[in-house]
Design a protein around this ligand. Sequence first.
Ligand code: AMP
Length: 479
Amino acid sequence: MTFEDLGLSPALLSAIADAGYEKPTPIQEGAIPVALTGRDVLGIAQTGTGKTASFTLPMIERLSRGRARARMPRSLVLAPTRELAAQVADNVKLYAKNHKLNMALLIGGVSFEPQKKILDQGADILIATPGRLLDHFERGGLLLTGVDILVIDEADRMLDMGFIPDIERILKLLPPRRQTLFFSATMPSEIKHLVDTFLRDPERVEVTRPAQTAETITQYILRVSDNQARTKREALRAAINRDGVKNGIIFCNRKRDVDIVARSLQRHGFSAAPIHGDLDQSQRTKTLAEFKSGELRLLVASDVAARGLDIPAVSHVFNVDIPRNADDYVHRIGRTGRAGHKGEAVTLVSSEDSKALAKVVKLIGKEPEELKLSEDTQAAPAQDAAPQTEQSEDKPKSRRRSRSRNKAEAESPAAEPAKAEAASESVSETEAAPRKGRSSRNERSQRQDKKERPDRHERDLSPVGFGDHVPEFLLRPAL
Ligand code: AMP
């Protein structure tokens, strides 16, 4: 099938050709023709399948057929994180370049005023995180009664981050007669309930989950003598010091460790930086841009921060900790070995990780090879920088926040570490204010205003790049 077969107009086909896409991915083949008819779509697909184009293309097409309404957005895209919202905005810019459509990106961590100004000028398309959208609505600067098309992206992640009550609130502010394009990688019961309540006879389009890992990725485990953080950092450095490690993403299970590992690597002379939800928006955007440009060699990340980010192919993925959730292992290592390129994944494993390793082996259906390091690469620098970096977690500036995070981690059952991290990420993100008792608008605004710096806005709207490829193993249509 070609893009022409999907029923898109020449203006869009030309933008698609400029983006370098030759043929639609399975989710695009399934969702675009249905969405063009105005029907609701339930898309079950992960990042990397081309899902963003599967809702942005029909949305642009339908908007271009309709008429602009003064100061009233005609479509709304909700995304769980600022980065994802910014990525959707980049997609819209790319595909709508031959159309006269205005767009506003409403995300937390950046100034209200420029966003409000764009809204006042009139935007056809709103792309927003739920918290910031509600803040604009509560301040009275937003009318949602003209929204004909609603997109909810990564609904299951919205659930992880506690956004469902916000989504329900937003849904009630929209006209009931609208089209809803709803995307989620998984369908837990809360998401099913949302779909049953708010979608009208949706067409379900599903692409298979990556049950196995790409052939192009060589997977290794590197056994470490104990589970001490210092031992792991030493092993990590040795693994990075091998030949062929061009760049890489280093995953840790906990946000706190992301910072510690990044600082330790920096002290050992590596080009490394952390990315997680506690970092301020301009820092995250800068780090991501540097990693994409090749200026930064190693990105140290948590699962929640990395999921959904459109990061170009890397030569290596390192797992400092084996993820507790085996699916996360597949997501993590899927960052390498893309588009036919060879990649390597190295997972550090101690005797305490045997259960988690068994789950991964079961899921991927094979045992990763054991990595044996040569004498040269093993020679670690005499002094590990760790103790200082661990202490620096307690520096006065971040003391209060660290304590509450640690409390959240300590209180969460060991069996649910992923949730604990998601919860602590969400507390830290401005748009992820606690859902149960949402703080008052004033409180939130004050919090927000403290964080605001006017110059961030421009940077967040800058293109992130589309050099990425859809991994082959994600492109199989569902049977
Ligand atoms: P997504 O799943 O939307 O995050 O898309 C993942 C990547 O696939 C992005 O870098 C897109 O630019 C790219 N992409 C989307 N559609 C296609 C296509 N039909 N052919 C090739 N690449 C695509």
